[in-house]
Ligand binder design. Sequence first.
Ligand SMILES: NC(=O)c1ccc[n+]([C@@H]2O[C@H](COP(=O)([O-])OP(=O)(O)OC[C@H]3O[C@@H](n4cnc5c(N)ncnc54)[C@H](OP(=O)(O)O)[C@@H]3O)[C@@H](O)[C@H]2O)c1
Length: 265
Amino acid sequence: MWESFAGGTTLITGASAGIGAEFARQLAAGKRDLILVARRQEKLEALAEELRAKHGVQVECLAADLATETGLAKVCEAVASDTVVGLVNNAGHGKLGAFAECPLEQASGQMDLNVKASMHLAHAAARAFTKRRHGVIVNLASVAAFYPVPYFGIYGLTKAFMKNFSLVLSEELRGTGVRSVAVCPGFTKTEFFSQAGMSGTTLSERMAMPVETCVRLALRAIDNKKDLVVTGIQNQILAFLARLLSHNLQLKIGKVIAQKGMMEG
Ligand SMILES: NC(=O)c1ccc[n+]([C@@H]2O[C@H](COP(=O)([O-])OP(=O)(O)OC[C@H]3O[C@@H](n4cnc5c(N)ncnc54)[C@H](OP(=O)(O)O)[C@@H]3O)[C@@H](O)[C@H]2O)c1
């Protein structure tokens, strides 16, 4: 199971919660060794202990803040090590609110984590993996990559970057034995909503996919050699619709969803 990650260790960023932790659970169930990265060391250690006991796999923890130079350098070094064959570029965050009202550091923080750290890690992985002609780089984007979303604009932009960057990388890596895959979830049940300032329940609960389903669909698509996966039919319809709609309508849809989230938050 999960053949794309065979032959070595997979490093997962943002593995202390949500989608990253679930990637760790499902890859470990498929007997893949792991390196778990996030800031909350105790959460990583608890998950590592659970996975070693349940599946007999090797799990290492690497506590690091990817939005800092030292944290990022440490994780890039780990990605480039000889045993690593998989990178799940998953750590990311977003914050709802009007751009002019949000502190600039908050917007820059999203760029540092979602874009800069992901790009540095992908670079380290692409160089190391192509030398060995084997490996897979998974980049977490979002359905938000297909829409301009007022009040969630910087986040959406970072996810549009991740989608397009991943596709470009996939094409550049063709024939090298290394693959790049963009994963675009829609609303998924994780800590993401409360972190984003959307602490209400109705919108997220009505629309959200269980995290287990999201990751299972992503892993299946990765093994089926896809370079882009939008998880679930509802999200696929949203992504498809974006191609047919005018920018004006895309903005209106994005705005209604974000405003509903802000009212609930
Ligand atoms: N949930 C959704 O609806 C959804 C939809 C589309 C796309 N996504 C994308 O999926 C990815 C995972 O989201 P999620 O829903 O699983 O979010 P989550 O539950 O909030 O988890 C985010 C993870 O990122 C880690 N993280 C945050 N800041 C970090 C930093 N500076 N350095 C290192 N790690 C950091 C967090 O761990 P620590 O706090 O311990 O550092 C946590 O493990 C994100 O890229 C997100 O944009 C999510």
